[in-house]
Design a protein around this ligand. Structure first.
Ligand code: FCB
Length: 429
């Protein structure tokens, strides 16, 4: 079915599971600030406790080992390592991830840390955050501090998680931290994150990092209708939200955005295009796109009709993943490195007997297999997520876990999908 060295894994992120937001010298992040602003997060939920993973990490690693998973993608909280976003490392922050990585090694699970999964140190945001080019340099310094400590035990480094979402939800639409509503003026945040990726890739190599990648969110634009305006809008959407975050890295140039790129300096694209070893693909669903409204964006977003939906209301479109992988190969050819599906999963209700999730995962894994049959080099698949967790602006309402979390007691209970995934891994390994 799958090659025996195919890497089955699970994914989480620091802010969504760790809690302990003021412990051991951790500084505040933009998400801590955002959660405290009225109306930002559903029902005023905060991630102060989340899944209490900071204290229960050993139990959680046992759950990963119990799956027989070969890889664990987690993220490192920048404000734990550098509480103010710059300067020397907070040893206790690094100690936590050191224990985690050792715990993975002891269980025979490869460590796949993401260096930035949206929890920017607040003091950097106070200086402009990703609108400020300096943040890219701060990120490279932080990456070096982490790699100095962990590089000998990390299988694959992921620099950034979904810079597209940071740009759009965080800085353009204000739905995620830091909650800014700059619309198209948020464009420099894309470039500064890409620059951060490139500078960090070089810094990681200098510290002995073995393999480096980035995890991009791809939501392919599907024209809502057959008319030429919808098709043109879909091309614009793809350029701005999908290809903008991959072309500079793999091709050393921006796609045609039709926007002012005055913030791009000579030499930046060479830095951004530093060779990488893996492309991380986070895929949830395509987006229906139609001709623009009058909000200044070159497209309008429409619900895709005719598909079942998850608890988030997202359409279930496994074939979209197959098509995306084919599109990536067609667009990048030999420049496409091995692909890892760094996130794939769904939220449903609380139930333990989650047959809908099993169906979802089975269909998406089938789509990956179909792409591999087409000759695309996919090396791994990581389920989002191991645990129910803090789902950003939706708080604790969505339930994405293979393992149910009772937030009142912190009791973890594996769902039917956990046993199903464990059996699949065993059958494939
Ligand atoms: C992705 C995020 C991840 C999680 C899933 C549902 O966009 O990377 O943290 O919230 O969506």
């Amino acid at each position: 079915m799958f090659p025996p060295d195919f890497q089955w894994g699970v994914a989480t992120s620091a802010y969504q599971i760790e809690g302990a937001t003021t412990e051991d010298g951790r500084g505040p992040s933009t998400w801590d600030t955002f959660c405290r602003e009225p109306g930002r997060v559903r029902d005023g939920h905060t991630a102060d406790v989340a899944c209490d993973h900071y204290h229960r990490w050993a139990e959680d690693l046992d759950l990963i080992a119990g799956l027989g998973a070969q890889a664990y993608r987690f993220s490192i909280a920048w404000p734990r390592v550098q509480p103010t976003g710059s300067g020397s490392a907070n040893p206790k922050g690094l100690d936590f991830y050191d224990r985690l990585v050792d715990g993975l090694a002891a269980r025979g699970v490869a460590a796949v840390p993401t260096l930035y999964h949206w929890d920017l140190p607040q003091p950097l945001e106070d200086e402009g955050g990703w609108m400020n080019r300096d943040t890219a340099h701060r990120f490279a310094e932080y990456a070096a501090l982490v790699a100095e400590r962990l590089a000998d035990r990390v299988d694959l480094w992921i620099t950034l998680n979904e810079p597209m979402v940071v740009m759009s939800y965080g800085y353009a639409f204000g739905l995620y931290a830091p909650g800014r509503t700059l619309m198209l003026d948020a464009l420099p945040t894309a470039h500064h994150q890409l620059l951060a990726h490139g500078l960090a890739a070089t810094a990681l190599r200098a510290e002995g990092a073995a393999r480096i990648g980035v995890a991009n969110h791809y939501t392919p634009a599907w024209p809502a209708g057959d008319g030429p305006e919808d098709v043109t809008a879909a091309v614009a959407f793809d350029a701005l939200l999908n290809w903008q975050f991959t072309d500079p890295i793999l091709l050393g140039r921006y796609p045609g955005l039709g926007l002012d790129l005055a913030h791009v300096r000579d030499g930046d694209l060479e830095v951004i295009a530093a060779p990488i070893d893996a492309l991380g693909v986070n895929y949830y669903n395509p987006t229906g796109v139609a001709a623009p409204d009058d909000d200044g964006l070159p497209f309008a977003i429409r619900d895709l009709k005719g598909f079942p939906t998850t608890g988030m209301g997202w359409p279930v479109v496994p074939d979209g993943l197959h098509r995306l992988l084919v599109d990536l190969r067609e667009r990048y050819g030999a420049a496409l490195p091995p692909v890892y599906i760094t996130e794939s999963g769904c939220s449903y209700d609380e139930s333990l007997d989650d047959t809908a999730r099993i169906g979802f995962l089975n269909a998406h894994i089938g789509a990956v297999r179909a792409a591999m049959n087409d000759g695309i080099d996919v090396r791994g698949y990581y389920v989002w997520s191991l645990l129910d967790n803090f789902e950003w602006a939706e708080g604790y309402h969505p339930r994405f876990g293979l393992v149910h979390v009772d937030y009142a007691t912190q009791k973890r209970t594996p769902r039917a999908s956990y046993a199903w995934y464990r059996d699949l891994i065993a059958a494939c390994s």
